[in-house]
Design a binder for this molecule. Structure first.
Ligand SMILES: [Zn+2]
Length: 343
């Protein structure tokens, strides 16, 4: 049983050597990443194509991986979270093969699952035995997806605000000055490599993943701390669930960061600078949705947020009832005007 985070095995062409001893393992993946990895990995005993994170779907998959020596996620968030859930429920070892820098799912011990509209965290999934990043695979992912991964760092801009606010409201959120400061340092450091992210450089995408690996320790020691996901993620998830389109997670997070930073009165210009330098998408039309859809979702956010066990600025709007609704509506309208003007 692995009891701490393994080092990231990274390099160009490393996938073959890092996996050559694998036997009798089950793969959880999606078609594009699997097309890249299939010829390099030893033959798995089972390959599961992940489709969604509904508890019912996940429960049905358990039988198909039963008895495998290890469950391996190959791909992005959907594959990674499915592999996490199956490794936990089937008490199996876990390994993750990263194929993009688009999200940080492989560095948390929570698999997010769904039952109806409720978002249910499956906590304490096993630590992976191996985390593998092959640059040749990484650079075949769409550049837009890799760039969107910077949103998983930038989201701390708004989540640190929520975390501080929850602490001030005496909610038990494992407040920690040192974790707050080190997270702020990572936010500040984004300036250094945002231009390289914008230019689509491999080193910058690897850096995004390395920061995710650093945050992994904080997720483990401070599971209640909102240092790297808060109201912007709640909004991003609502957009993903209710927007009627498949969204790139980081891009939904970017729109969430911009709107929530403005609603928080928390220097949205700073977040906008990073997003534009890193050439990440954030306008609803780039994401395939519309402002009226975004507005509807934002106005339902206090209700939606009751399904997420976090205290954020949205909780405060909800607590204030009708007055909170009016306040949210007028703050959203100003935030929308701000985002619209960004080009
Ligand atoms: Zn995220």
């Amino acid at each position: 049983m692995t009891t701490s985070w393994p080092g990231l095995e990274k390099g160009s062409g490393i996938l073959k050597s890092a996996t050559s001893a694998w036997r009798d393992f089950a793969v959880v993946t999606t078609p594009s990443p699997w097309a890249l990895a299939k010829g390099v990995l030893p033959e798995p005993r089972t390959v599961i194509l992940a489709t969604d994170l509904k508890r019912k779907t996940l429960e049905c998959l358990r039988e198909r991986v039963r008895g495998a020596s290890m469950i391996v996620g190959v791909g992005s968030g959907l594959s990674i979270d499915t592999a996490k859930y199956l490794a936990k429920t089937e008490n199996a070892a876990l390994a993750q093969v990263l194929t993009t820098s688009s999200n940080n799912a492989c560095f948390t011990r929570t698999a997010w699952t769904f039952e109806g509209n409720a978002r249910i965290p499956e906590r304490d999934v096993p630590f992976p035995r191996q985390l593998i990043l092959d640059y040749q695979v990484l650079m075949q992912a769409p550049v837009r997806m890799n760039q969107a991964g910077a949103a998983e760092i930038l989201c701390s801009h708004t989540s640190l605000f929520d975390w501080r606010m929850a602490h001030a409201a005496s909610v038990d959120v494992q407040w920690d000055e040192e974790l707050c400061r080190s997270t702020q340092d990572e936010l500040d450091r984004l300036d250094d490599y945002a231009p390289a992210i914008g230019a689509g450089e491999c080193d910058a995408f690897v850096e995004i993943i390395e920061v995710g690996a650093k945050f992994a320790r904080g997720f483990t020691t401070h599971p209640k701390a909102r240092f790297n996901s808060g109201s912007e993620h709640i909004l991003a998830w609502a957009l993903e669930q209710q927007g009627g389109r498949h969204l790139i997670h980081g891009e939904a997070v970017n729109l969430g960061v911009l709107l929530m930073a403005h609603i928080q009165g928390n220097n949205p210009e700073r977040a906008a600078d990073i997003i534009r330098t890193a050439k990440m998408c954030f306008q609803p039309e780039q994401l395939g949705i519309t402002w009226p859809i975004v507005e509807t979702i934002v106005m339902r956010l206090p209700e939606f947020a009751r399904n997420v066990p976090w205290h954020t600025i949205i909780t405060e709007f909800d607590r204030r009832g009708e007055d909170g609704r009016h306040d949210l509506a007028s703050r959203f309208s100003a935030a929308r005007d701000f985002v619209r003007r960004l080009r």
